[in-house]
Design a binder for this molecule. Structure first.
Ligand SMILES: Nc1nc2c(ncn2[C@@H]2O[C@H](COP(=O)(O)OP(=O)(O)O)[C@@H](O)[C@H]2O)c(=O)[nH]1
Ligand SMILES: Nc1ncnc2c1ncn2[C@@H]1O[C@H](COP(=O)(O)OP(=O)(O)O)[C@@H](O)[C@H]1O
Length: 206
């Protein structure tokens, strides 16, 4: 499948800082929008329906999947998560850039469907720091943290299948790395199409 908009996929083990990094990236870049996924898990803390996720029941989720309404979906930490077609297709068709914040299984499905998608894996600086971030967030029970630490080993092994790996040690440095990847992809895409106005746009020139 091919659309004129760029597609960026960010994956990471839970607690590595993916949501915080993508939020900071969006604040720096008005031309990026994040896709809101559907999930069967319950909302956490301050999460709102339609903002962090579309929260639906497992039955509703399976019905959507059966109707082919997802570009990709996967079971992660015992819950179902998916990227709906309706959520991103219009933006991509209009030539706008989209970021997906999804797990590695979803990322690999997206790469099959959209070979030009840019896959970025976020690593924590250490296992101890990952555990610390998960517990500091304060909205996750100890047994859930243990499960996520176990899954993290499996997830991190997938980093080799991604186009870029960003280590989130110093937050601002990691945001800057992400910004550089987005910038480079826009320039590469514009250059491939020999589109001078797209190059100027990527460089934020008038
Ligand atoms: N495949 C897939 N994974 C998703 C999607 N949305 C979220 N995820 C992943 O599901 C995992 C759990 O997310 P979440 O429950 O928000 O917990 P968090 O990782 O602690 O923020 C993370 O790895 C997310 O990236 C989606 O639409 N598709
Ligand atoms: N570079 C960093 N240094 C220290 N703490 C961080 C850093 N990046 C994120 N955090 C914190 O780690 C916790 C997990 O981050 P979050 O963005 O929720 O992770 P994820 O979306 O990957 O599960 C949050 O409390 C966040 O503020």
């Amino acid at each position: 499948m091919e659309y004129p908009g760029n597609l960026f996929v960010v994956a990471a083990p839970s607690g590595a800082g993916k949501s915080s990094l993508v939020k900071a990236l969006l604040e720096l870049d008005a031309r990026l929008a994040v896709s809101v996924s559907h999930t069967s898990r319950a909302p956490r803390g301050q999460e709102q329906h339609g903002r962090e996720y579309w929260f639906i029941s497992p039955d509703e989720f399976r019905a959507m999947a059966a109707r082919g309404e997802f570009f990709e979906w996967a079971e992660v930490h015992d819950n179902l998560y998916g990227t709906s077609r309706a959520g991103i297709e219009t933006r991509l068709q209009a030539g706008e850039d989209v970021v997906l914040e999804i797990d590695f299984q979803g990322a690999l499905q997206i790469k099959q469907l959209f070979p030009y998608a840019v896959l970025i894996f976020i690593l924590p600086p250490s296992w101890d720091e990952l555990r610390l971030r998960l517990s500091r967030r304060g909205d996750t029970a100890p047994e859930v943290i243990a499960k996520r630490m176990n899954n993290a080993r499996i997830e991190v092994a997938q980093a080799q299948n991604f186009d870029f790996v960003v280590v989130n040690a110093v937050f601002d440095t990691a945001v800057f790395d992400l910004k550089a990847i987005v910038h480079a992809q826009r320039l590469r895409y514009a250059a491939q199409r020999r589109n001078r106005s797209a190059v100027f746009q990527a460089l934020d020139l008038p």
